[in-house]
Design a protein around this ligand. Sequence first.
Ligand code: GLC
Length: 755
Amino acid sequence: MNKKLFPSIAFGLLGVIVAGGAISSCVKSVAGGDDKDNVEARIEALLSQMTIEEKIGQLNQLTGTGANPQRLAEVRNGFVGSLLNEVDPDTVNKLQREAVENSRLGIPLIVARDVIHGFKTIFPIPLGQASSWDPALIEEGARVAADEASSVGVRWTFSPMVDVSRDARWGRIAESFGEDPYLASTLGVAMVKGYQGEDMTQPNTMAACVKHFVGYGASEGGKDYNTTWIPEPHLRDVYLPPFHACADAGAATFMCSFNDINGMPTNADTHLMRDILRDEWGWDGVMCSDWNSIGQLVPQGYSADLKDAAEAAAKAGVDVDMMSYAYVSHMKDLVEQGKVSEKTLDDLVRNVLRLKFRLGLFENPYVDTANARRFYTEGNLAAAQHAAEQSAILLKNEGGVLPLKPGVRVALTGPMMDAKHDQNGTWSFDAEKEHTVTVLDAFNDMYGKDKVVAAPGLTYSRDTDKAGIAQAVVKARTADVIVFVCGEEAVLSGEAHCRTDLTLPGAQKEMLKALKATGKPVVSVVMTGRPMEINDVVANSDAILYCFHPGTMGGPAIANVLSGSVNPSGHLPAGIPRASAQAPLYYSHKNTGRPAEGMVLMDELPQEAGQTSTGCTSFYMDCGDGALYPFGYGLSYTDFSYGPVVLSTDKMDAKDGSIRATCEIENTGSVKGATVAQLYVRDVVGSLCRPVKELKGFEKIELAPGEKRTVSFTLTPDDLAFHNARSERVTEPGEFRVWIAQDSASGESKSFTVE
Ligand code: GLC
């Protein structure tokens, strides 16, 4: 799309600039008033001075092109209200000075960036951070990201992504908090708080952007941007809750998604964007489109052309148009033709101005260049390492192979062992790979180069050249234990990076078999952006540590966990499949009328087996049913014993009752460790079929050897509510079951009734 000022807009703006010099000083004084409390009054005072062109300009978001003359003119003429992808503080200040000092009304710009899991100090990808089950840790990571990014002028991040993701074929599961609405809600709120802090006018904060509103994780076939089919009760029970939680937590902005829901694109969905988000929830933040998502209403077959798309999006309540130029091209005509009311336009602008006031940009528009580029501080790196340590998930540990014994001779191998770029994972635009501390770096530091024999065998995850495997095997034979760091390059997950085969790419499977054939103990570290199909890894490894791309300090984190100086405490935020084709896969499934039982797998069937010989229940003949490692699963170097669930009563009054559920947990092992006590509930009978389990609470606790502690959760009728066939939120009477367990597939339940 040609970026020069559009004739109608350009002429209008220039005309006003020439005539309105006197306006700007009085308006600026009003706009720049020091009374932060009556933001609404300041909005109205400013809005009343704005021309229609200036209003439309506030809704226009463009990607950064530097402070070149054309862009400076666009800023000066009020053609753009926010920019994304400008990360040089001097450039940001130059553009901001043009807006504040040389435009007619002096309305500051907002600069945005995808700061998804760190800016320069890269934390584990969100799916990795979710594995920590630690909201405080995630809040800290977001605070670090906000401090680093705001130090170059970024005051708006397009994060957290809270799309419930149950299909590992979808590359964007990497950016999510996994498959469960409760976990995604809790962690999404933590990230919002970390970005926005207690006072968003502080220059080291960023406006959060909760995305992608909504249902994007249900993209059919796990194929990005695809259609979704989500009945409204299901939308309200599974996909909306994390957004609602973040809205209630004060998230400043949302981003609408690329997908349609049941044929209605979210960018045009008035019911979703106005009835639910604005009217039901009372949210008054900024709804930003995704990149050209308004323009995509045309190829989606909802709008005939860009003008129609602009009308649909404006009416639905998309405040900011990211990179489709729909609003700057057509909004003035739409208003003059009465297709979009002036009030509708004004309301969109009000939301944008409110955000700018809330960010304190009128009082404090510039980057403090004397204190810019606050990157890689000791504290930031330590926080990133801690996050990576807490996110590592021990899936298997047989024969006591982990933790590695002191003095052990390690053969370090695999394509991800020294992956300075790929260790950071997807959406790490501003990472500098020279700062990445890899597993090899960390092992050399920890054991001494003379103790570590290193040979990657393969040079990258998709590498099919097996020539290097032989050398790796030779070196492995000289060691006591093999550490095979495998997985996916960063580019194999993230946006538009969907896969149908979730097994290790390239020749990694063959390499692992060759390593196993040495007879040495094999520890596999899987470094990836998604739950993968790892049957080969399980069959050929004595121990498995699963690390969703762990970021800058992933190497030391992994070395500390393998050495035992950190006891792993990660738990899966999404189940590991038995087969790629199981997707979508999630623990909170419906029971069906024939739940899997008595499974007879196809390899067990005799020839000419009878039609009903597999038992006619709900499972796959070639892999069975359920996850290989379920949601919530994670081992430790110690053991935990969970006692029975104890309920304060076995009856709950449907209106105002509550039940306390407790469980005594003991560390029965020999080292200190942390476990995640998870509270699950089942509504046994409902007016709609209900899931077999739903997470309703969790608590990560650390216990010394022999220590016991009782965890306690309180359930109320509201915790048991769901949306019935009429999309009404109800808590229905009847039997409920409660678990307090260390994953979604274990533990014994206790029952109570709601009356
Ligand atoms: C992308 C993504 C969105 C991101 C935006 C800006 O297409 O869908 O998550 O924030 O564009 O980069």
